[in-house]
Design a protein around this ligand. Structure first.
Ligand SMILES: [Zn+2]
Length: 264
């Protein structure tokens, strides 16, 4: 006899029915409690996986057009297509275009630090999806995606390279090849945090290299260079120069967050 037939006979749930129903509810509740979707930035409960809560979403400053065609710095007004910022004109970068999901502020910093220092590797998947969307244009034109590498000592200490995880996630999302080994960091640089713009340039000068036997993967290709944060651009500029020296046809840059003056 089925449980619903027992319930139906008396018009009230039987003891067995009540226990069974209680267990079903508890089990469903248990599953929900074990795997609740949480806000990626603050951990508050949200409706779906890979989402931000309304409070975090409301403060995340997405970078959308209009922006500098080259550096991707947001403009207050739309000045027309292909307009460059004063920074791009004064100090032209070696890469063609840089795109970012968001300004580097409280919420985006939580995501970047969560991935980099707190071992929350599940973040890479969602951040990669957002990057593939924000950088749609540069991703579509890329022949190969290359992450900014860590020096092997730092990689050994940290165990994983957050930029490589983002590059892999973007590659999966956009179905593009990812080259994790072509570009090497040959100089153990100091952390860029706390250095001035000039010190940052000096620190990463000559830090990157494409080994001779890896050049075939880069030469003649349009490369999309991926990093987590763009601060002064010293790191991605040095990495871009190494890729161009190895014969890359062009380099674009895609980061999760970029420092925007007045927003930090
Ligand atoms: Zn939140």
């Amino acid at each position: 006899m089925k449980l619903d037939e027992i319930e139906g006979a008396t018009g009230r749930p039987s003891l067995i029915g009540r226990i069974s129903g209680g267990l079903r509810t508890a089990f469903r509740g248990g599953v929900d409690l074990a795997m609740p979707p949480n806000c990626l930035a603050c951990g508050r409960r949200v409706a779906a996986d890979g989402a931000l809560c309304p409070a975090c979403w409301g403060t995340l400053r997405l970078i959308e057009k209009p922006y500098c065609a080259q550096l991707g710095i947001p403009f207050a007004y739309d000045l027309g297509p292909n307009v460059l910022s004063a920074e791009a004109i004064a100090d032209p970068p070696p890469f063609e275009r840089c795109r970012a999901v968001a300004a580097y502020d409280d919420v985006s910093r939580k995501l970047v630090h969560g991935l980099k220092y707190r071992d929350r590797q599940e973040l890479a998947r969602w951040m990669g999806v957002w990057m593939a969307r924000a950088g749609q244009e540069v991703v579509a034109e890329a022949d190969v995606i290359v992450p900014v590498p860590l020096h092997r000592w730092r990689l050994w200490r940290r165990r994983f390279n957050q930029s490589a995880m983002l590059a892999a996630a973007i590659g999966r999302e956009a179905r593009k090849p990812v080259d994790l080994h072509g570009l090497k960091r040959v100089k153990a640089t100091r952390q860029q945090v706390g250095l001035t713009a000039n010190e940052r340039d000096d620190n990463v000068r000559g830090a990157f290299l494409v080994a001779r036997n890896e050049r075939a993967a880069i030469a003649g290709r349009r490369v999309l260079l991926v990093d987590d944060v763009y601060t002064t651009g010293a790191t991605v500029k040095a990495a871009t120069r190494a890729l161009l020296r190895a014969g890359a046809a062009a380099v674009d840059v895609l980061v999760f967050a970029r420092v925007v003056r007045g927003v930090q």
